[in-house]
Design a protein around this ligand. Structure first.
Ligand SMILES: C[S@@+](CC[C@H](N)C(=O)[O-])C[C@H]1O[C@@H](n2cnc3c(N)ncnc32)[C@H](O)[C@@H]1O
Length: 254
């Protein structure tokens, strides 16, 4: 099943914006690592609100954004004049074989229902010699967000909500791509400092597609328990920690 982002689209970027310069750094890293130069044909599969796609549009690249969620694409269009956007299921792309030099899947695989279907289509529309790029944001493994995420998953499990295995799903998908790629590279496209607090996590998490889809009573009860745990663990929900965050990409050349 495709995760539905329509309901969370208006607040998606409010809590997940990347720092100034990061989308541009990601674009540069992708073009450099893939050895492609404008006017390379770039498909942003799961483009969302254009957090990263905006940098390609601003640079006047040959950029096509696709997303299943009309709400996310509408948010993209509110901030950016995008020449080519399409609402489509990534498992049935409306493009001919070999149409693109680069296919990007940025922060898409860990939440993808059927990653095999998505990646098969990504490969189909990629020209020989092209590259698939998968990217995601990385927070410290023992940082505030990671601790709260782990605790929340444990709380939800006691309430009968199955744990989402996002990292395992992404790792499986990347291994599948790696098994047929001619070359695989992993690199940090950007790093930045953050001062996250537990309170920020609560606000952001409530606007996450998966969490927002849970029944109100489950969400409220889980957050209540998590708040109590955070007060005890961090001393306050407003306690800030200094952390380094980054954006990492995996590049697969075919
Ligand atoms: C976490 S958001 C990331 C959006 C954007 N790539 C970014 O980094 O800001 C994941 C996006 O992938 C889209 N998506 C997930 N599965 C999809 C599929 N099968 N076909 C098209 N879009 C999909 C969702 O609708 C959502 O907009």
């Amino acid at each position: 099943m495709i995760p539905n982002f329509d309901a969370v689209a208006p607040t998606f970027e409010r809590y997940r914006a990347l720092p100034r310069g990061v989308p541009e750094a990601i674009r540069s890293a992708i073009l450099q690592a893939t050895g492609k130069e404008p006017p390379a044909r770039v498909l942003d599969l799961g483009a969302g609100t254009g957090r990263i796609g905006k940098a390609f549009v601003a640079a006047d690249d040959f950029y096509v954004g696709v997303d299943a969620s009309l709400g996310m694409l509408q948010e993209f269009l509110l901030t950016t004049r995008v020449p080519c956007l399409a609402q489509a299921d990534g498992q049935q792309l409306p493009f001919r074989d070999g149409a693109f030099d680069v296919v990007m899947l940025m922060q898409v695989l860990s939440g993808a229902g059927d990653w095999r279907g998505l990646l098969s289509e990504a490969r189909r529309v990629l020209r020989p010699g092209g590259a698939v790029v998968a990217g995601h944001r990385v927070a410290p493994t023992a940082g505030v967000d990671a601790q709260l995420k782990k605790r929340l998953a444990a709380i939800l499990e006691t309430m009968g909500v199955e744990r989402h295995q996002g990292k395992q799903v992404r790792d499986q998908a990347l291994a599948w791509l790696g098994s047929s790629a001619a070359l695989r590279l992993h690199l940090r496209a950007a790093t930045w400092e953050r001062n996250p607090t537990p309170r920020e996590f609560f606000v952001r998490h409530q606007s996450g597609a998966r969490f927002a889809a849970l029944p109100d009573a489950v969400r409220d009860a889980a957050l209540e328990k998590l708040r109590a745990w955070a007060e005890k663990t961090f001393g306050s929900c407003d306690a800030a920690s200094r952390e380094e965050h980054s954006y990492e990409i995996d590049v697969f050349q075919f």
